[in-house]
Ligand binder design. Structure first.
Ligand SMILES: O=P(O)(O)OC[C@H]1O[C@](O)(CO)[C@@H](O)[C@@H]1O
Length: 249
């Protein structure tokens, strides 16, 4: 379940190839996508490979995990903006193929209900890409989120606001709430790969490794998934015993 790679670039290369293989096997694949700095090298490599191989993405659909509440899609720190800048525009995915939960709509409760329902209506996620917060969140499912949750609005923990505050000009601008796919939505994906890179993720990865399945550590539920892989670079894996680490390259 736990895999270590020589570098973040090695993870990006492997993961990008894995996503391409998934699409080649199933051209109408439904992909669950994540944001955050961890995904930047992954999306960069994937976009390069799509162009190199002229991969046909016309039947692919994507669903993002989460979005800040209160930020318009064109806000430079919205996840909608991030996805267009770092992936969708580069690989020319049409707006009709990509879904993000909206944190900027008139009826957010309805948005939550419809987002989970849409994922199910299209047959569920074939593949879900995940990052992890330093407190163990997946999507924006903060510690003590119910494992059977569907898309919902969360109040962001102070820890998460501090972590993500680096992208905003000042503390007052850091959103207090987000809309996120629930843990049950994530767990229903047919395959999941979680990625953690950098020394600042070493502690949470050791906590995840040692944790029982417990809502205090949201990512711990992934240990129950039949097709989960956890990819780390050497820094993020540094507090996990070598004997528990597998390699793929
Ligand atoms: O990759 P980063 O920037 O460490 O973020 C970790 C995770 O937290 C989030 O910001 C919240 O979901 C995700 O976008 C990301 O997967």
């Amino acid at each position: 379940m736990f895999f270590v790679f020589p570098s973040a670039d090695a993870i990006a290369q492997h993961l990008s190839q894995h996503i391409i293989d998934t699409i080649k096997r199933k051209p109408n694949a439904v992909l669950g996508l994540a944001t955050g700095s961890t995904m930047l090298p992954v999306y960069q490599r994937f976009a390069e490979q799509v162009q190199e191989h002229a991969l046909d993405l016309s039947q692919v659909t994507t669903y993002n995990l989460d979005e800040y509440v209160g930020l318009a899609p064109e806000h430079p720190q919205s996840y909608n903006h991030y996805m267009h800048e770092h992936l969708f525009d580069k690989i020319k995915l049409d707006d009709s193929q990509v879904y993000l939960p909206s944190g900027h709509c008139a009826d957010i409760d309805l948005e939550c209900k419809e987002y989970s329902a849409k994922i199910q209506a299209c047959g569920g996620l074939d593949f879900q890409l995940l990052g992890i917060g330093t407190n163990g969140h997946i999507g924006f499912n903060e510690p003590y989120t119910a494992f059977d949750s569907q898309t919902h609005v969360v109040e962001l923990s102070e820890n998460t606001r501090i972590d993500n505050g680096r992208f905003f000009d000042n503390w007052a601008e850091v959103p207090t709430h987000a809309i996120t796919m629930g843990i049950q939505d994530i767990m229903q994906a047919k395959e999941i790969i979680l990625v953690a890179t950098g020394a600042h993720k070493a502690e949470v990865m050791a906590n995840l490794f040692n944790s029982p399945i417990d809502e205090a550590m949201p990512a711990s539920i992934l240990k129950q998934h039949p097709r989960i892989k956890i990819f780390m670079d050497q820094s993020a894996a540094s507090l996990i015993p070598d004997s528990a680490l597998n390699t793929l390259c």
